[in-house]
Design a protein. Structure first.
Length: 216
């Protein structure tokens, strides 16, 4: 199925695409905050859909910056992803940053949070993300085997044990013990991102399998 997505970027800070396009969103467009993706199954439909979106903009007195608009494209970058008639993929420009993750070893709870935040943004491309990443999530609660923190940080200076904050979370500067197990998990997640699975054929019927787990 052909798709003709276009990209309309924000023009003013007061512009809210979601409010302006209420009623036609999910019919021919996908607004997110101040950005809009307009999509269609044919060029003729796309002309009509684009007309609807632009008419709404005009009605609300919104102006678009031409340099920020991608019109009549078969593939556009939207929210950090490449969207086309073939599906949604990771932008190749982001893959270099993904591969670079393995070169920098985390040393603190904050480093692990940043790592999980970055990888988690692409979790829709990684099957069983939570299960695979479980050892990394556990580092946020148990950064060392004994709970003893060898550091001169003010938080642990007197007792050697990191104290959790008001929200039950360890301070970002709490040191961790990064083991081969954690490195293997990170490498597996990076490999899955850089070698994404075969995408679905949307012309065929779908079978939905569901499950539940305490671990992800």
């Amino acid at each position: 199925m052909d798709q003709n997505p276009i990209w309309l970027d924000k023009c003013t800070c007061s512009f809210s695409a979601e409010g302006v396009l209420e009623g036609i969103r999910d019919e021919c467009c996908a607004p997110y905050l101040d950005d809009v993706l307009c999509y269609s199954s044919s060029f003729e439909d796309h002309i009509q859909h684009l007309g609807k979106v632009l008419s709404r903009m005009r009605e609300h007195g919104n102006k678009l910056r031409p340099a920020k608009c991608d019109l009549f494209k078969r593939e556009v970058r939207y929210l950090g992803r490449l969207v086309s008639g073939e599906g949604v993929n990771i932008d190749p420009q982001d893959l270099a940053a993904v591969r670079a993750l393995e070169e920098k070893e985390p040393h603190t709870v904050g480093d692990v949070k940043s790592l999980l935040g970055f990888l988690g943004y692409y979790r829709s491309f990684i099957q069983d993300f939570s299960r695979i990443a479980k050892p990394l999530f556990e580092l946020l609660q148990n950064p060392t085997e004994t709970g003893k923190i060898n550091t001169q940080n003010q938080t642990t200076k007197r007792t050697g044990i990191a104290r959790k904050g008001d929200k039950g979370q360890l301070p970002s500067k709490t040191p961790i013990i990064w083991k081969a197990e954690h490195q293997d998990v990170e490498a597996k997640l990076v490999d899955k991102l850089t070698h994404p699975p075969i995408t679905s054929n949307f012309d065929l019927p779908f079978v939905l399998h569901t499950d539940a787990s305490n671990e992800g």
